[in-house]
Design a protein around this ligand. Structure first.
Ligand SMILES: [Zn+2]
Ligand SMILES: [Zn+2]
Length: 395
């Protein structure tokens, strides 16, 4: 069984996996044990991507088992090994990178055909759902390797989602002092157990400034701008999450980077080495990482949870293939139609959500003036009367 993205918003559950043949010595056919649903998956489900060709099996945060029963986490890349980036330890920037669940089929399936080189063995004691965090943790490790962090440094993290919280937790383990900024009240309530168990501080905003390190773990460009204003002289900002497109950033803000001799470092994905380094962190912090799991579900539920993942209001959903029900009906799930879409289902920074949330009922005293003249005419819908008799024939 596999979940195949056949078009925008269309995830089909298919049972035919005859195309899963090992045609190349560099590949291995594996059983997928668990696969986390990343916001990137949900974005591709909703919006597609320039390089995404349908049909495609999504999913890149997976734990698999080979035919001998060994479990592995999966570095989701396939790099060329010969370009200048591959040869200098920056394989995440490979000129010919192919990503599982993006360029090739990924982990939203019972079986995944993966490059042998991408499999990293897992210790027996680490539960598979926790090991699904290897990719986000690896990305966080890549970010911190770009930063000259010293014990006691103050770190400002924008975004209280799983990435922001993993970032703060990793900072804590490095002896730094993290503060997470999260504006969404329901989300703050949701992450409260993690915050209290870890001792990490979270606020909607801070008047403090002069932070040594800033990391943006959300796509809001305003958070990125605020981050620049909060850097101390000689401080560093990790440009970790891509930000909302086609926004404008004031040059006055960019001048702060100049005056303060601040450093902005781009961070994109991670290497196999970063993923390997994620292991000890996941082992020692398994209990806290478990608090970042929203739910562990049968893979057949994927279409239903995509809008939730897209909204950014939930923590990590893990698909557990041992919960799969092979007799479940084969179904197609499409994007929800607009009448059922609530503002909270939309991404927090989306224009559509901003517009929906800004709509307020017309005050009673203004209602007469707000009523258009045509509504006072008799039977304004007369031209549509004939149409109203059609619905039985309407699809
Ligand atoms: Zn991901
Ligand atoms: Zn390369």
């Amino acid at each position: 069984m596999k979940m195949v993205l056949t078009g925008l918003g269309r995830l089909e559950i298919q049972t035919d996996d005859r195309d899963m043949k090992v045609s190349d010595d560099a590949l291995v056919l594996t059983d997928v044990l668990c696969c986390a649903v990343c916001r990137t998956d949900a974005k591709m489900w909703e919006q597609g991507h320039r390089d995404l060709v349908f049909p495609r099996v999504l999913g890149h945060e997976m734990v698999v088992r080979d035919e001998t029963g060994k479990r592995f986490m999966v570095w989701p890349g396939k790099s060329c090994g010969v370009c200048v980036f591959c040869r200098t330890g920056k394989e995440n920037l490979c000129e010919h990178m192919k990503i599982s669940g993006f360029h090739t089929d990924g982990g939203f399936a019972h079986k995944a055909l993966l490059p042998k080189d991408s499999l990293i063995p897992l210790p027996d004691a680490l539960p598979s759902p926790i090991a699904c965090f290897a990719e986000p943790v690896g990305c966080v490790i890549n970010a911190f390797e770009k930063l000259p962090a010293k014990t006691g440094d103050r770190v400002l993290v924008y975004g209280g989602g799983t990435m922001g919280l993993i970032t703060a937790l990793y900072a804590l383990d490095l002896g730094l002092i993290p503060l997470v900024i999260e504006k969404n009240e329901p989300k703050i309530r949701k992450i409260a157990p993690f915050l209290s168990a870890s001792g990490i501080s979270c606020a909607k905003d801070t008047h403090e400034s002069e932070f040594d390190l800033i990391i943006n773990a959300c796509a809001d460009y305003k958070a990125f701008c605020q981050g620049i204003a909060k850097i101390c002289k000689g401080g560093h900002l990790a440009f970790f999450s891509g930000i909302s497109k086609n926004e404008q950033i004031e040059t006055n803000l960019l001048n702060l980077i100049h005056y303060r001799e601040a450093v902005v470092s781009g961070v994109y994905g991670m290497t196999r080495d970063h993923m390997q380094k994620a292991l000890p962190f996941m082992e020692t912090r398994a209990g806290l990482l478990e608090l970042l799991i929203e739910d562990t579900l049968a893979p057949e539920t994927t279409p239903a949870i995509m809008p939730k993942v897209l909204s950014g209001n939930y923590l990590k959903y893990i698909l557990d293939f041992s919960l799969s029900n092979p007799s479940a009906p084969v179904s197609v799930k499409t994007l929800p139609s607009s009448p059922g879409l609530k503002p909270e289902d939309l991404p927090s920074q989306s224009l559509c959500r901003t517009v929906l949330e800004s709509i307020a009922p017309v005050p009673e005293d203004l209602l007469p003036a707000a009523t258009p003249g045509w509504m006072k005419k008799p039977n304004p819908w007369a031209p549509w009367a004939a149409w109203k008799t059609w619905p039985s024939a309407w699809p």
